[in-house]
Design a protein around this ligand. Structure first.
Ligand code: CA
Length: 190
């Protein structure tokens, strides 16, 4: 019975992986530039199924009427949460990503990463971004500023960029926890 249960779980996991790939294929960025102002649900930012228990994404209207992307998450010691954007050989080659970010309850920390087409990880060379409480700040991250996560010192060839990952790493910064929310606006890949 236990074996059957494991097989069932494995089948479900494979099915979820397949659904994720289909969704990613449908939302992947193919033309540059793209710009999302979150006036509608039409954007290419996914909350991967492996992190579904941590939170969710929704469009939220601010008091001034502006719509933003609200990422509700749960800060738990030792755990991250992630958002995912697929890059499907975009034309022309993307040069960078720019977005506004704020936190609503307490300051958050976000690590921006790229994965290339061979699955190698690259991180923004100037470190993690601090999302300020109640204050939308603009960050502009040229892909040329991403360095190999293996600390080899190599810099990314933007033509190989395949996945853009936003990691909420607030749990690794200070003694904070619980319900958390990050807001994004004017998200551009250019
Ligand atoms: Ca907006």
């Amino acid at each position: 019975m236990l074996l059957e249960g494991n097989r069932g779980a494995q089948r479900r996991a494979r099915f979820q992986d397949l659904l994720q790939l289909i969704e990613l294929d449908q939302t992947s960025v193919r033309k540059i530039p793209v710009a999302w102002d979150f006036g509608s649900d039409a954007h290419g930012i996914l909350h991967p199924w492996g992190y579904q228990m941590k939170g969710s994404l929704r469009i939220a209207t601010q008091p001034d009427g502006n719509n933003v992307l609200a990422w509700s998450t749960t800060v738990i010691a030792g755990e991250d949460d992630q958002l995912l954007i697929g890059l499907d050989n975009p034309v022309p080659t993307p040069q960078g990503v720019r977005f506004d970010i704020a936190a609503t309850r307490f300051d958050g920390w976000v690590e921006v990463m790229l994965y290339d087409d061979l699955g190698r990880a690259w991180t923004w060379g100037e470190g993690r971004l601090r999302a300020r409480t109640g204050l939308l700040l603009t960050f502009d991250l040229p892909f040329s500023g991403f360095v190999a996560a293996d600390e080899s010192g190599e810099t990314l060839d933007p033509t190989t960029a395949h996945r853009l990952i936003l990691r909420d790493v607030t749990a690794f910064h200070g003694d904070v926890g619980g319900e958390h929310e990050l807001l994004f606006d004017d998200f551009k890949i250019y």
